[in-house]
Design a protein around this ligand. Structure first.
Ligand SMILES: *[C@@H]1O[C@H](CO)[C@@H](O)[C@H](O)[C@H]1NC(C)=O
Ligand SMILES: *[C@@H]1O[C@H](CO)[C@@H](O)[C@H](O)[C@H]1NC(C)=O
Ligand SMILES: *[C@@H]1O[C@H](CO)[C@@H](O)[C@H](O)[C@H]1NC(C)=O
Ligand SMILES: *[C@@H]1O[C@H](CO)[C@@H](O)[C@H](O)[C@H]1NC(C)=O
Length: 182
């Protein structure tokens, strides 16, 4: 019977990851849980889903995970930019909607450049600058979304994209704070 207990423990871990502690749970689950616990804007499920996507290699530590988070956010900024370019091809857009989209395009292109700089901030362990930069990138999503609210009856075509980009940056910020305290 002696060998039975470890198996039961393993089975419990597999079927109830929420009850496992950070170490047993792996860096992604543990860090996403801490991030979600500390910030109501972060969904644990969204966070885990971001890093369990196939294109992300399994991070070894919080440093790796933070870099992976920045990388993901950089590529999302590119995705949102091409989404905006497609929307701008619409010939029946009104002036106001077109202006809003042009502003968003500029915001996301700036956010892309800023986030590229964060990779260097992290390399030199400059967590203060990393925090300021990621916060600035995050603001792009808020400013873009707010632009559409200025005219009644105009729905933002980028709400989902802005929400995701905001949350991805919130996750990076949480990871940067963990890295600082590491
Ligand atoms: C959550 O997001 C809102 C903006 O949507 C922001 O004002 C607030 O500070 C955020 N909360 C945290 C804990 O970062
Ligand atoms: C982040 O992206 C850079 C350049 O694209 C790559 O060299 C690096 O391995 C990536 N890091 C992680 C942790 O994904
Ligand atoms: C990133 O951007 C694209 C395009 O706007 C979006 O559809 C996608 O769901 C976003 N989020 C993630 C986590 O890749
Ligand atoms: C193009 O813009 C018009 C006006 O905003 C909108 O009604 C229409 O759905 C858009 N078409 C496409 C394909 O997005």
């Amino acid at each position: 019977m002696k060998s039975f207990l470890p198996l039961v423990t393993l089975v419990c871990l597999l079927f109830d990851p929420a009850q496992a502690n950070d170490q047993d749970d792996g860096i992604i689950h543990g860090s996403c849980k801490r991030a979600a616990d500390g910030d109501p804007n972060i969904s644990y499920k969204f966070c885990v889903a971001c890093f369990e996507a196939k294109r992300v290699s399994q991070p070894a530590n919080i440093e790796d995970l933070t870099l992976a988070s920045i990388n993901l956010t950089i590529s999302n900024a590119t995705d949102v930019s091409s989404c905006i370019s497609k929307l701008l091809q619409n010939k029946s857009l009104g002036h106001f909607a077109r202006d809003c989209l042009m502003t968003c395009s500029k915001l996301y292109s700036d956010a892309y450049s800023i986030l590229r700089g964060v990779v260097d901030d992290l390399g030199s362990r400059d967590y203060d600058t990393a925090n300021v930069d990621v916060s600035a990138a995050m603001d792009a999503a808020v400013t873009c979304e707010d632009g559409f609210k200025e005219r009644e009856g105009l729905a933002s075509p980028l709400t989902k994209e802005n929400d995701m980009f905001f949350q991805m940056n919130a996750i990076s910020l949480a990871f940067i704070e963990m890295l600082r305290r590491n």
